[in-house]
Write a protein that binds this ligand. Structure first.
Ligand SMILES: *Cc1c(COP(=O)(O)O)cnc(C)c1O
Length: 719
């Protein structure tokens, strides 16, 4: 952001040799998060420090010894690497010739505002909790790659999401930390006099201020609100402290700050937004602020509503109640009593914007309902999720048949540059077309995967699995040496992992519907599979439960008991503190990605998509994206393509299907029919089929182009 209202001033924290002073700006753009060569430059400069600072280039430059930097200048290959990176960065950032400007030249000066409660861009900026955040982060990265004129709004959570520790008896402890803003790639937004740029929102009896931090995501700006200001009351400083607190008053205040504050911010910065995208319902109060603005400009409420709807898109992300915020009406009275007169309606009419009768045993105010009612275009995140959402939200369109409910779908995808292992990128660079990354959504281009020699692909896969197992081993060694662990936890943490055997990964939030314990349901059978001589199996689990989710925490405990069981031989492993870093190691390093949600509750899921592009085979319930991706030869399905109504019946059926497929198909395919060079040719054929058929579809390039064509453009054009 740099105009005559505000400027983003990159902090000058570093003392860099002149020759490589370009790093000072480079590290303040998360472009590095999807350009592995930048990360390699830092890793080669000081490998230990790079790991210590958890792959955070800002922290790295603040801590690195001058001697190490001088070494960069004196080593030709590092200096060349630096020069190439700086050039690539400048070319990327300054280019006005992008896919979007070429394809839609008439729309290039418009602005799309994207609102999300969380953004997962990199482990170095922990302002995300899980899948929703990672999806938002990937959305921004792809918007940057395509040259989409998008500006994003969110929160800078000063304490991020908790870090997870598992006690010896398997209980999840949530540990707190505080982000040091000087250590992360945050650029303060300043006003003309050099003071922090702030906006204000009204809460009952007071005003709350928030300052603004800019995160450069390639060409896209993400603006993060931060209420930790001394002028704010203590409770108001907590608004941007943590993700997903359970307190309802805190939550409604947060959502007011995000939605209403976000609109005020974009107006204050004089950004002329033509499309408003609500990623999940948390930000939906933004529509109330927009109504108010239109009324102040002389529109009637009916006209304002039309205008607001016409320009708005709402994406619903989950059928699970915990993901769909509702507030009791007394809270709406408390927080919005002044608002209904401002937008020229009665209390009843106001409540009606969000009224639901399904929650709280009575009437409540639902954020998704508000978002649905005040937007013209809505989508779910997979085809099955669309069917489920249409049924779920049908009461909002009385008289319409289910097929006519205006909820479409854009199946989620993942950002290829962020999730594809560097070695896999190099392999694709060598064997696919030179512009393979640019064309990653082109199925014809991916046909070329078939031309990769089996042996080369297998060598990279083996390398990635070794990298995973040695990372896990080092990590648990460090924890052990720090003295915080019982010895059994060292086994549970993966010290006995074998880099050469069939490895399954299972990492996700520990919500009960994800059924992490399904594979434990016949423990004796599982133990036999783990320990079969010549054909053993190991399974790596990771994931957090929401701190208030007792059943989720009990699930972790049940799993941890199994993991500690000596009869498992250390082949069941639980990795603490799942985050984007662990996710990368897992989706790149395992052989099989397991997913066992209770259908149809997994709206889309994305981790399996990350796995697929890396040559990992999916083994999943036919839910979410996998129901669209599975073709019989590109992985394995669990259960059938129908909704079973009795959950117990579904559990029993799915568990038996899971064991049978593992025993009869997956394990034999991995270990038998090896070539003379000990390469599992059938397995590799399936791997290529998976990469070929899934990668072009389940990436953010395809996803963003669908959002642009079917959602953003129609809203932009009707001016
Ligand atoms: C990709 C990702 C997710 C989402 O994965 P699901 O398949 O939706 O469970 C969650 N957390 C992290 C850290 C991720 O990288």
């Amino acid at each position: 952001m740099d105009n005559n209202i505000a400027r983003a001033e990159i902090p000058n924290h570093f003392d860099l040799p002149r020759r490589i002073s370009g790093l000072a700006e480079l590290v303040y753009n998360l472009w590095w998060a999807w350009n592995p060569e930048v990360q390699r430059l830092f890793a080669e400069t000081d490998k230990n420090l790079w790991e210590q600072v958890y792959h955070n280039p800002v922290m790295f430059l603040r801590r690195v010894d001058r001697a190490h930097l001088n070494a960069v200048i004196s080593q030709k290959h590092l200096l060349t690497m630096y020069d190439n990176l700086i050039q690539a960065f400048l070319d990327y950032n300054q280019s006005t010739d992008t896919w979007f400007t070429r394809t839609y030249p008439a729309q290039k000066d418009q602005a799309i505002a994207y609102f999300s409660f969380e953004y997962g861009l990199h482990e170095a900026l922990p302002v995300y909790a899980g899948g929703l955040g990672v999806l938002s982060g990937d959305h921004l990265k792809e918007a940057s790659d395509l040259g989409l004129p998008l500006v994003a709004v969110g929160f800078l959570y000063s304490k991020g999401y908790f870090s997870q520790h598992i006690t010896e008896d398997g209980w999840q402890e949530a540990h707190d930390y505080t982000i040091d803003y000087n250590d992360v790639p945050l650029v303060p937004l300043l006003d003309q006099s050099g003071e922090p740029f702030t906006i204000k929102v009204e809460l009952p009896g007071r005003e709350v201020s928030a300052r603004v931090w800019q995160v450069n995501v390639g060409r896209v700006k993400l603006l993060l609100l931060d209420s930790k200001l001394p002028d704010n009351a203590q409770v108001d400083q907590q608004l941007t402290e943590r993700l997903y607190g359970s307190d309802l008053e805190l939550r409604i205040s947060q959502e007011i700050l995000l939605g209403i504050g976000g609109v005020k911010l974009l107006h204050a910065l004089d950004i002329h937004v033509t499309v408003w995208h609500m990623n999940e319902g948390h930000s939906a109060f933004l529509q109330i602020e927009r109504l108010k603005n239109y009324l102040e400009n002389g529109m009637t409420l009916a006209e304002a509503q039309e205008e607001v709807k016409r320009s708005s898109i709402f994406t619903t992300h989950t059928p699970v109640p915990a993901g769909n915020d509702e507030f009791p009406l007394w809270l709406i009275d408390k927080y919005f009593a002044n608002t209904w007169t401002q937008i020229g309606c009665t209390r009843e009419e106001f409540i009606d914007f969000g009224k639901t009768t399904t929650g709280w045993g009575g009437e409540a105010f639902s954020m998704p309902v508000l978002a649905f009612k005040l937007s013209q275009r809505h989508n779910a995140v997979s085809e099955l999720h669309m069917q489920v959402s249409r049924k779920m939200w049908a009461p909002l369109w009385p008289g319409k048949k289910i097929e006519e409910i205006p909820i479409g779908h854009v199946t989620n995808g993942v950002h290829v540059g962020s999730w594809l292992a560097r070695r896999m990128q190099a392999l694709y660079q060598e064997h696919l077309d030179p512009d393979w990354l640019e064309r990653s959504d082109d199925p014809a281009m991916w046909e070329r995967v078939l031309s990769i020699p089996d042996k080369e692909l297998w060598i990279v896969r083996r390398h990635l699995k070794r990298k995973l197992t040695s990372y896990v081993g080092e990590r648990i060694r460090r924890q052990w040496m720090a003295g915080n662990l019982a010895s059994i936890q060292v086994v549970a943490g993966g010290v006995l992992l074998d880099p050469y055997i069939l490895t399954i990964g299972f990492a996700r939030r520990f919500a009960t519907y994800k059924r992490a314990n399904l594979i434990l349901s016949d423990f004796e059978r599982l133990l036999r599979l783990l320990n079969t001589a010549n054909a053993p199996l190991q399974i790596i689990f990771a994931g957090k439960a929401h701190p208030a989710d007792e059943p989720g925490k009990l699930l972790i405990q049940e799993l941890y008991r199994a993991v500690k069981n000596a009869r498992g031989g250390g082949r069941l492993v639980f990795l603490e503190d799942y985050d984007m870093n662990i996710a990368r190691y897992l989706v790149q390093g395992v052989d099989i990605w397991l997913n066992t949600p209770r259908r149809p509750l997994e709206a889309s899921g994305t981790s399996g998509q990350k796995a697929a592009m890396n040559g990992v085979l999916n083994f999943s319930v036919l839910d979410g994206w996998w129901r669209e991706g599975y073709n019989g030869n590109n992985g394995w399905a669990i259960g059938v393509d129908t909704n079973v109504t009795d959950p117990h019946e579904q559990d029993t059926q799915d568990a038996s299907d899971l064991y049978n497929t593992l025993e009869n198909d997956i394990i034999p395919m991995y270990y038998e029919n090896r070539s003379s060079e000990n390469i599992p040719t059938q397995w590799i054929a399936r791997m290529k089929e998976s990469i070929r058929t899934l990668t072009p579809l389940f990436n953010t390039r395809r996803m963003l182009k669908e959002y642009i064509g079917d959602y953003y453009l129609p809203a932009m054009k009707k001016k």
